[in-house]
Design a protein around this ligand. Structure first.
Ligand SMILES: Cc1cc2nc3c(=O)[nH]c(=O)nc-3n(C[C@H](O)[C@H](O)[C@H](O)COP(=O)(O)OP(=O)(O)OC[C@H]3O[C@@H](n4cnc5c(N)ncnc54)[C@H](O)[C@@H]3O)c2cc1C
Length: 439
């Protein structure tokens, strides 16, 4: 639970205690399990030998968002899943140790990031989510000029406007983003790059572009009543919860019944947030069973601990309104046509299981897809059927040699650490591109 809730991190003693439990495996499966190439085997060994600054360098020089990843990464599916200590005991709390090293560096005012001598080259990064930040830092640390453009007022993408603050606080994120100032990265916030905007940026003097706008359009839900008042989506709900619109959200939720539709981690974030905002009852309605629910175990447990009521094997068929305002929903239970096939396509409605719930707010949390605008920001890009950008084998180069892309706009909704991996990868490719251009 620890690495998923913005509680206090590990103390020095606890972090060293975790390091002391490490088996120091020769082949270090934990290090192979991180998409962003974080090397727990090395930083844990250094911490164990009390080379704390060395451990901090290992962590931060690899991943400028190492603290954030220590907090939000589903480590049980990544590095900690591979941890050999789990065979006879619990895995090493790798996320916790990583977070400790980052916070300890703040406490002792130690900055492990270095900037190389200035070079000629100017890069635009579109999107300040984890992919954009990781790319900008990689390039700026190499000495090039970088400007980040983002539609929102503050940087961070989903980290600031999606992940609830009880999991990742704005203060923690702001501390980690101090690296932008340190490296002289310019931030042009509140600036949406419009149709054809990437080409304009290239014409205006930028030598290369990293495009990382994420996937922010909620998946549509086509049922009667969807346009009633007090029907919203996870993106808007979670963003309001992290902006000055929070008070109006509290008024909408406090003492009311809320239904959340979906079974992913985002649905759990909405449900837990609604409960923390004082909802009377919070339902999570999910079409398959709890076993198939895609939410991480931690996020599910967090919702359970917040008294969220789960209605698995159920679908919503209609939202009921009175004078244009939501007052309830109609749903029914589902079952498998073929019990061995647990995919959504194999679900059928069960006759005679219709139910109604009295609700005041409905939040659809069925996932995200790319904004239609993404397709037009740069020309000469290729898209797949879902609207995601097609990249070459290296994972970030596009059909336009000066434009690179990564994060959710390439992978579809994924993980913070995968966005960081793409940002770093793109950063390196852009540096290669810039040095080739200089010859
Ligand atoms: C609610 C929620 C909770 C999550 N929790 C976790 C978690 O606990 N752990 C985890 O690993 N992953 C989590 N994820 C997934 C993770 O946050 C994403 O995979 C990751 O943020 C993707 O990073 P990105 O940089 O590609 O895009 P984003 O974080 O989406 O950032 C994209 C940025 O681009 C900007 N932008 C878009 N279009 C334009 C434009 N035309 N001009 C200028 N700016 C533009 C947007 O304003 C945004 O700031 C969560 C996702 C959500 C939605």
């Amino acid at each position: 639970m620890k690495n998923h809730i913005m509680c206090d991190g590990l103390s020095l003693q606890q972090a060293v205690g975790e390091a002391a439990r490490c088996h120091l495996c020769h082949d270090a499966p934990c290090s192979k399990a991180c998409p962003a190439g974080t090397d727990p085997a090395t930083f844990i060994r250094k911490l164990r030998l009390r080379n704390i600054k060395g451990a901090m360098r290992t962590v931060k020089q690899n991943n400028c968002l190492a603290g954030v990843c220590g907090v939000v990464c589903p480590t049980e599916q990544l590095c900690q899943k591979a941890c050999v200590a789990a065979i006879n005991d619990r895995p090493i709390d790798i996320g916790g140790v990583q977070r400790f090293l980052v916070e300890h560096a703040w406490d002792i005012a130690f900055n492990p990031i270095e900037r190389m001598e200035k070079k000629s080259g100017n890069v635009a990064v579109i999107g300040s989510g984890p992919a954009g930040i990781a790319c900008a830092v990689e390039i700026a640390a190499s000495g090039y000029d970088v400007t980040i453009f983002d539609s929102m007022e503050k940087p961070g993408g989903v980290l600031r406007y999606g992940v609830p603050s009880f999991r990742l606080s704005s203060e923690f994120l702001d501390r980690e983003l101090e690296v932008l100032d340190f490296l002289g990265i310019k931030l042009n916030s509140g600036k949406t790059i419009p149709e054809g905007g990437a080409e304009e940026l290239l014409k205006s003097g930028f030598n290369a572009i990293f495009f990382a706008p994420g996937t922010w359009k909620p998946v549509d839900l086509d049922i009667p009543g969807i346009s009633l008042d007090n029907v919203t989506n996870a993106r808007d709900f979670l963003a309001k919860n992290r902006t000055d619109e929070r008070d109006s959200l509290i008024r909408l939720v406090k003492g009311k019944n809320v239904a959340v539709y979906g079974g992913g981690s985002v649905a759990m974030d909405v449900a837990t947030s609604a409960s923390k905002l004082g909802a009377s009852k919070v339902y999570v309605i999910y079409r398959r069973s709890l076993k198939e629910m895609p939410a991480s175990k931690h996020d599910f447990e967090m919702a359970l601990a917040s008294n969220v009521i789960f209605k698995p094997m159920s679908i919503v068929q209609e939202l009921i309104g009175q004078n244009g305002k939501l007052v309830g929903l109609k749903g029914c239970e589902t079952d498998w046509k073929n019990p061995d096939d647990r995919t959504s396509d194999n679900l059928v409605k069960v006759d005679g299981t219709d139910f109604q719930l009295k609700i005041d707010l409905f939040v659809s949390a069925l996932g995200y897809k790319p904004e239609p605008l993404s397709g037009n920001v740069c020309t000469k890009l290729e898209f797949d059927q879902k609207g995601l950008i097609k990249v070459k084998e290296d994972g970030v180069s596009t059909a336009n040699p000066a434009i690179f892309a990564g994060g959710d706009i390439v992978r579809g909704p994924a993980l913070v650490v995968e966005a960081v991996a793409d940002g770093k990868n793109a950063g390196r490719k852009i540096i290669e591109y810039l040095s080739g251009r200089a010859k």
